[in-house]
Design a binder for this molecule. Structure first.
Ligand code: NAD
Ligand code: DAU
Length: 347
């Protein structure tokens, strides 16, 4: 089988490429990635010479190139990870989020329509459902929850989901969608909470917690997400949406304290700073459907996954040092330099 994986040089896409390569060695993986700031070829270096792997640098929104790739590679399956993925960046500059996440998805769908495909899979997010209140722990996102977006990022992902469903209904593109909660694990770009806190703590730098730090995310070890997508593309039903999450809800402040504990660093490194605009309070996935339909369940508990992740960053300093020594410095200054430090008692 020929599988095009878009965004395969990013965090989850690369983990998925490794997962598929190991689990289905006979399949050919064609990784299509624009190599934005978030894409990193070093991540894929061990695969570059493998006969069943091919890397193509391309933009999913570039129609001519995408059509050419479909014509040449004749994919059976397309899994679309390619996206602008960081909420804070979408608040700073929404336009590229529309270009990649919406237009890019529409180009891929048109290519599937033109050349034919066995399955198009859209990697979406639980953020399309908006957020849940902290005082209603009984509430969870199901596949029936209304789309109710908060940030330009989540609005662009929800728009893409609507396009996927429209192409399925109108043109019979055989599509599926997964909506997953927050991932963590190896190769996570250091702009995101967990790697940012690990790397800052290792450098004895302050850990910038937004607002009161009580916002809740539902953490899933990245390999469990890859396993869910692998099941959906092979056994999932066309036209269906599957929520993916492992009931691992944690307040941000607790995640940060766990990381400090693992690294033997003091809590005095924590600094509460100006909150994210429109900050979603709580995400929590109900994974009943994927469990009952496909037998999926997460294999890694948060306590184990966070230990493995911290160890990975300790063992792979070169990988993240190369990132933070480049443009990342400018990003960090832009994103955090202006934030006011809040006195926690006054939050
Ligand atoms: P990431 O930012 O780490 O990687 C994105 C990848 O896409 C990079 O390799 C980048 O170069 C590539 N890319 C960006 N624009 C492109 C374009 N126009 N054409 C081709 N390639 C392009 O993102 P991630 O965290 O790995 O997320 C992957 C997908 O999973 C995204 O669609 C995201 O919305 C979704 N998702 C992420 C999470 C999470 O917790 N990280 C959870 C649920 C869903
Ligand atoms: O829920 C799935 C989503 O998870 C994905 O769709 C997104 O692509 C992914 O980036 C992630 O979005 P979040 O906004 O939840 O992740 P992030 O790591 O940016 O932030 C997690 C929480 O930590 C959030 O409540 C904001 C907070 N935070 C984040 C950063 C970067 C801080 O307190 N300080 C920080 O410096």
């Amino acid at each position: 089988m020929n599988i095009i994986v878009t965004g395969g040089a990013g965090f989850i896409g690369a983990n998925f490429v490794y997962y598929e390569h190991k689990k289905h060695p006979a399949d050919k993986i064609i990784c299509l990635d624009k190599l934005t700031y978030a894409g990193n070829l070093e991540t894929l270096a061990p695969l570059m010479e493998k006969p069943n792997f091919k890397f193509i640098k391309a933009d999913i929104a570039d129609r001519k190139t995408v059509y050419k790739i479909f014509e040449q590679e004749k994919p059976d399956i397309v899994v679309n990870f390619a996206a602008e993925s960081h909420v804070d960046r979408s608040i700073e500059n929404p336009e590229i989020f529309l270009q990649t996440n919406v237009i890019g998805t529409s180009v891929l769908l048109d290519a599937c329509r033109k050349y034919g495909i066995d399955r198009y899979h859209q990697v979406s997010t639980d953020e399309v459902y908006g957020d849940l209140p902290l005082d209603r722990p009984d509430l969870f996102f199901t596949e029936q929850t209304n789309l109710h977006t908060s940030s330009p990022y989540s609005a662009s992902k929800a728009s893409a989901d609507l396009l996927v469903m429209a192409y399925h209904r109108t043109y019979k593109v055989p599509a599926t969608i997964s909506r997953c909660s927050n991932n963590y694990g190896p190769y996570h770009f250091p702009e995101k909470l967990i790697p940012l806190m690990i790397i800052n703590a290792l450098s004895d730098k302050k850990l910038p917690v937004y607002g009161d730090g009580l916002n809740v995310r539902d953490w899933l070890y990245v390999e469990d997400h890859c396993a869910a997508i692998d099941l959906i593309i092979r056994k999932g039903k066309v036209g269906e949406v599957y929520n993916v999450g492992g009931h691992n809800e944690r307040a941000n402040i607790d995640v940060v304290k766990t990381i400090l504990q693992q690294l033997g660093k003091p809590e005095s490194l924590i600094e509460h700073v100006t909150d994210r605009k429109g900050h979603d309070r709580r995400y929590a996935i109900d994974p009943t459907k994927i469990h009952e339909a496909l037998g999926w369940e997460p294999a890694t508990k948060f306590e184990d996954g966070i230990k493995k992740t911290v160890q990975w960053y300790l063992d792979n300093r070169d990988w993240w040092m190369n990132i933070i020594s480049g443009d990342y410095q400018g990003y960090y200054e832009r994103m955090y330099g202006q934030r006011e430090v809040l006195e926690y008692a006054k939050i």
